[in-house]
Design a binder for this molecule. Structure first.
Ligand code: PLP
Length: 423
């Protein structure tokens, strides 16, 4: 059998270059992680060849006896890990999980209440040109301008006024925990369903280091590739009474054949997520983000107009507010990139700069924790980031850049990534 490099050297070369990029830079995009080799192996397997429309034991294709075993393992592990009554492991992505979850409990034109994209919500929580904004009547809630905290009083007011059928709690860029019990109370007061999208913090929930939304929500959706550290994909958890509706909303409602190779990789990731090693890793994720928030709150950063939104973090990411900095989000992202640290610029609530530029950065610690970073390493990373961001635009010399890049290289060498994988 011919290898990738023999059949398609162009693709092989780009894959190899990407492996090198991941190994030699510090990945701090909050939604990214490094899947273990076991996950890569499951995903890169012959399961990719198999059609399996339907669910374990009830398929529309023959030859599903082995993928049934795999999908049932993934379902059972998801239910056990999160204490859920029902799990659907077929959504191809987080966005598809959310689309199916909404189809299960809504009709087109129904009202949904979700966090504004500009305040940290996700596209699928009601953005205008996303399916959620086109199919449903969207009302958005916000964070408080002073504190940066989700404004529960506003949510209650909007819920009472607009009577949504569904309230969505969850975020893509928010550094604090949500009060799920309070969301539940508000949802009950207007007879709405509550969906929690825990895509970002699912790994913390799995490790018992973040309150679980499962006891409070009718439906919980997640991705499997962020803090959870698995393959790219989605999962829907729900109460037993919604199981049938959820399953038929995924297939045949939204999707055709499930990606059984990805489902196998999800099963592996869910097994890993139940381990003590995973819990210890999530503890380092949280320790790292706290160290970063503290370092970026010091005087040199305050003097440069750099602030940490909400004054800190309870999760795996820090939101850096550059509204008062001479650097905008794009320049800050580029500056970190130039020393070997990958982050993404991100609008801050009430951002005065345009969405392609922004006044913020979202910086996360999951990928580095997976690489083995501990508190000492995160302290060094935090200092490198502060030294890059906190002088103003004119003050960042080429010599400073070279020195910081060398410190990044040392950290990358100290924690080799995928040492067994060939370039
Ligand atoms: N939900 C939240 C909260 C997210 O942050 C994201 C992705 O960033 C998604 C859903 C969508 O996941 P995917 O990119 O797999 O469609």
């Amino acid at each position: 059998e011919s290898t990738l490099s023999a059949v398609d050297p162009e693709v092989a070369q780009a894959v190899s270059a990407e492996l090198h990029r991941q190994q030699s830079t510090l990945e701090m995009i909050a939604s990214e992680n490094f899947a273990p080799v076991s996950v890569l192996e499951a995903q890169g397997s012959v399961l990719t060849n198999k059609y399996a429309e339907g669910y374990p034991g009830r398929r529309y294709y023959g030859g599903c006896e082995h993928v049934d075993v795999i999908e049932q393992l993934a379902i059972d592990r998801a239910k056990a890990l999160f204490g859920a009554e029902h799990a659907n492991v077929q959504p191809h992505s987080g966005a598809q999980a959310n689309a199916a979850a909404m189809v299960a409990v809504l009709k087109p034109g129904d009202t949904i209440l979700g966090l504004d994209l500009a305040h940290g919500g996700h596209l699928t929580h009601g953005m205008k040109i996303n399916f959620s904004g086109k199919l449903y009547n969207v009302v958005a809630y916000h964070v408080d301008k002073e504190t940066g905290i989700v404004d529960l009083a506003e949510i209650e007011r909007l819920a009472t006024e607009h009577k949504p059928k569904l309230i969505i709690a969850g975020w893509s860029a928010y550094p604090r925990q949500l009060d799920f019990a309070e969301f539940r109370r508000i949802a009950d007061s207007v007879d709405a369903k509550l969906m929690v999208d825990m895509a970002h913090f699912a790994g913390l929930v799995a490790a018992g280091l973040h309150p679980s939304p499962v006891p409070h929500a009718d439906i919980v959706t997640t991705t499997t590739h962020k803090t959870l550290g698995g393959p790219r994909g989605g999962i829907i958890l729900s109460r037993a009474e919604l199981a049938k509706k959820i399953n038929s909303a995924v297939f045949p409602g939204q999707q055709g054949g499930p990606l059984e190779h990805v489902i196998a990789a999800k099963a592996v990731a869910l097994k890993v997520a139940a381990s003590e090693e995973f819990r210890e890793r999530q503890q380092r994720v949280l320790a790292g983000s706290k160290i970063l928030a503290e370092r970026l709150s010091k005087q040199d950063c305050a003097d440069a107009g750099v602030r940490v939104l909400t004054g800190g973090t309870d999760v795996h990411l820090v939101l850096v507010d550059l509204v008062n900095s001479t650097l905008d989000g794009q320049q800050a992202e580029d500056r970190l990139h130039s020393v070997g640290i990958t982050v993404n610029r991100n609008a801050v609530p009430f951002d005065p700069r345009p969405p392609m530029v922004t006044s913020g950065l979202r910086i996360g610690t999951p990928a580095l924790a997976t690489r083995g970073f501990g508190e000492e390493d995160f302290t060094e990373v935090a200092d490198i980031i502060a030294k890059a961001l906190c002088p103003d635009s004119s003050d960042f010399s080429d010599a400073a850049k070279v020195a910081l890049a060398a410190r990044v290289e040392l950290l990358a060498k100290k924690h080799p990534l995928y040492p067994g994988l060939q370039r």
